[in-house]
Design a protein around this ligand. Structure first.
Ligand code: ADP
Length: 324
């Protein structure tokens, strides 16, 4: 299960008790930290209030590692997922573009949960939203908060939402959120992980009422054609593409990408096998990618999600999802 929180409004609830050390004086900061802080300053040259009590090194980490200024994924790059795209357009993109219309009954949900097997386009959707709505994209892996930021996750979450609220509109993509929120409170649970969870829920206010959307995708032909056409390597008939689709039942989007990648090596491998040296190989002499290349690649690239796992997602969808 992965999710992302769409637009953050200025009242996004980042006003909890700030316990982190106060920002150090400017003099104590090195150049790169200073640059990050400068970028976040308002037109008056002052750091926004929300950021003043946060540790500069955390703000710097968010700016450098978590914030992606140019996600570079377009809506049209995403194959299939028509239902998800339609929901996301109505729930997230339109409200961002026309906040005046999306008020009252039409107020958008704050959170949106995308779930499905790995490699099926959830991250792409998050990035594409940011692109379409001209928003800043933030990506954070929930599991890194407990593994890498032991004891500091809570502070990092606060910094993340703080920086995002200064870079509105913003899309925060929380990967593997289940690893964080699904842990039941138990005696063994560390105080810090309980606080982290609470902090997340505070920041993501509206998570409970957030709509849940499904992404289960298989638009395999489109991926094959799109990837090969981009490179001009494409020489497959409609029947060839049909055969590839039949042979790749259960392959995810990223499995398909790997398959196309391997198949596209076919002509190159063949030329080298026949004795041409890689440095002397002329691009124009390479033959196009054929069905046989795909058949060979299928031996190497296996589907990453098992039928069993797919069943689990389907069960979850039947119980909680939006697509029946
Ligand atoms: P997820 O977040 O669901 O694990 P990603 O969005 O990160 O998966 O997908 C990984 C890669 O697989 C993408 O960068 C893309 O190349 C390919 N891919 C996955 N799903 C699709 C799709 N629906 N359309 C086009 N490419 C896809």
């Amino acid at each position: 299960i992965r999710g992302f929180v769409p637009p953050i409004r200025s009242n996004s609830g980042n006003n909890g008790n700030v316990t982190s050390r106060a920002a150090k004086g400017e003099d104590a900061l090195d150049d790169s930290t200073k640059r990050c802080m400068d970028m976040l300053c308002g037109p008056d040259g002052e750091l926004p209030e929300k950021l003043r009590n946060l540790e500069p090194r955390l703000i710097e980490h968010i700016s450098n590692e978590i914030m992606d200024r140019d996600p570079n994924v377009r809506w049209d790059d995403i194959a299939g997922l028509h239902h998800a795209k339609k929901c996301v357009t109505e729930m997230v993109i339109w409200p961002l573009l026309r906040p005046d219309i999306f008020k009252g009954c039409r107020s958008p949900g704050r959170g949106l949960l995308l779930f499905g097997p790995p490699g099926t386009g959830k991250t792409m959707i998050g990035k594409a939203i940011a692109g379409e709505a001209k928003a800043t994209f933030f990506y954070i892996s929930a599991s890194s908060l407990t593994s890498k930021w032991i004891g500091e996750g809570e502070k990092l979450v606060r910094a993340l939402f703080g920086v995002a609220s200064c870079r509105q509109p913003a899309v925060i993509f929380v990967d593997e959120i289940d690893s964080l929120l699904s842990q039941r409170k138990s005696d063994g649970e560390h105080e810090s992980s309980r606080r982290l969870k609470t902090q997340f829920l505070i920041e993501m206010e509206g998570f409970d009422s957030g709509s849940e959307q499904i992404l289960l995708i298989e638009a395999r032909a489109w991926i094959v054609r799109n990837l090969l056409e981009k490179d001009g390597l494409f020489k497959l008939s409609t029947e060839d593409i049909d055969s590839i689709c039949k042979l790749t039942e259960g392959y995810s989007g990223s499995d398909m990408k790997n398959l196309v990648k391997d198949a596209s090596m076919g002509p190159l491998r063949e030329a080298l096998r026949q004795g041409t040296e890689i440095t002397k190989l002329k691009k124009e002499d390479m033959r196009p990618v054929t069905l046989q290349d795909f058949e060979n690649a299928l031996q190497e690239v296996r589907p990453s999600v098992s039928v069993n796992e797919l069943g689990t997602y389907e069960d979850w969808n039947n119980q909680f999802g939006s697509l029946s």
